[in-house]
Design a protein around this ligand. Sequence first.
Ligand SMILES: Cc1cc2nc3c(=O)[nH]c(=O)nc-3n(C[C@H](O)[C@H](O)[C@H](O)COP(=O)(O)OP(=O)(O)OC[C@H]3O[C@@H](n4cnc5c(N)ncnc54)[C@H](O)[C@@H]3O)c2cc1C
Length: 397
Amino acid sequence: MVIVVGSGAGGATVAKELAAKNVAVTLIEKGPAIEEKDAFKHYSNVDSEVKVMRTICLGGTTTVSAGNGVRCLEEELKQIGIDLKSEFDEAEKELGVSVLPDSLFGDGTGRIIEAAENLGLDVKPMPKFIDPDKCKSDGRCTFGCPEGAKWSALSFVKEAERKGAKIITWMPVDEVMVKRGEAKGVRSGDRVFSDDIVVLSAGALETPQLLKKLGLPTTSNSLFVDTFITIGGILKGIGFNKEVTMNAVIKFADFLLSPHFSNHLVAEMEKRGLKASSGDIIGMMVKIKDEGVGVVDEKVEKGVTNRDAVLLTEGASIAGSVLEEAGADPSTFVSTPLRGAHPGGTARIGIAVDKNLETEVSGLYVADASVLPSVPGAPPILTIVALAKYVSRIMAT
Ligand SMILES: Cc1cc2nc3c(=O)[nH]c(=O)nc-3n(C[C@H](O)[C@H](O)[C@H](O)COP(=O)(O)OP(=O)(O)OC[C@H]3O[C@@H](n4cnc5c(N)ncnc54)[C@H](O)[C@@H]3O)c2cc1C
């Protein structure tokens, strides 16, 4: 029997993989069961200089993802002895990762691609885990897809349940129980769940807290979030807000640029006295490999280092040039506040867990973004799913 704590990218995958191997699984989730389309109601962002984004609900933060599926940190993990090739292959197949057809590239994205190419930049389509036959291109990926076109961990939770896993929601785990160096279960308030294998998949902000309570080593002062801003300007009637978000990517060594709309842009324009409706704005995200020096303690502290600021500025200036070339009015350019949507690195492989993702406590594993060994600067879901498959294999043998 195995207890899995948290049902996002890591936890849902472990539950599904183990249930498929006839292992008895209890999946314990802090948040409620939800309908995919309502995921945005469950954002539980954490304020700091850089706002850290996540959702607390069944399916975790995957429910609000942009559907980007890339193999990040594959080489870095290989170098430390974790070869995920077959897990990545499997994950890509199961999530249905592919480039979307031309019909799902809107006018705004098309203009950005053309403008970037005119400026000599190398633009690639973003691989997506979005079913093109179901996608209605309504710009709602990060709210929760109303059509169920985008993969989310909810589908893995359902599959785990079909294979016999017990799913418990509204049950925040407060503590892992340990006896003589061995995992014995978890506690939530006065409820106790006993088992001798426990997998922590509560996400990078909560998993290290549970480890710390046991006096185990963490890297909770090495939080990264892939800090991002979105630069936007007015291009009347473009309708970019209804397009598939982040459908292309321009990669640089330490940052990436991608077509992206945010409602924050409307608010920022209002502050500047500019009148624009959502449909009149075109934008680009600048996402950096931030320095992993944030802290997860009673409070989360995540700021911008000098190096981070330089990268954001470089990215913003290139994004500005592309947007201007695409036809946006540069006198209207605004930026969103600083945010980070990929918290990770707070229980890293090599310090908090070994190569098998097991902690110093026998039978206590971690399978979520906490274990990532370095800053991805790229969407991490596929890598977390691959790592969760890898640790499931280890646990099942
Ligand atoms: C707006 C947005 C867009 C994104 N887009 C993409 C994208 O396109 N591609 C990509 O690869 N990544 C994307 N990400 C990042 C991605 O969603 C996360 O990196 C990923 O979901 C992290 O997986 P995880 O398993 O570590 O945590 P999560 O998926 O957050 O899962 C953690 C789970 O644990 C639960 N939990 C927390 N504490 C407890 C507790 N004490 N007891 C029980 N349960 C608990 C939570 O409710 C949650 O269900 C995006 C993130 C955001 C915010």
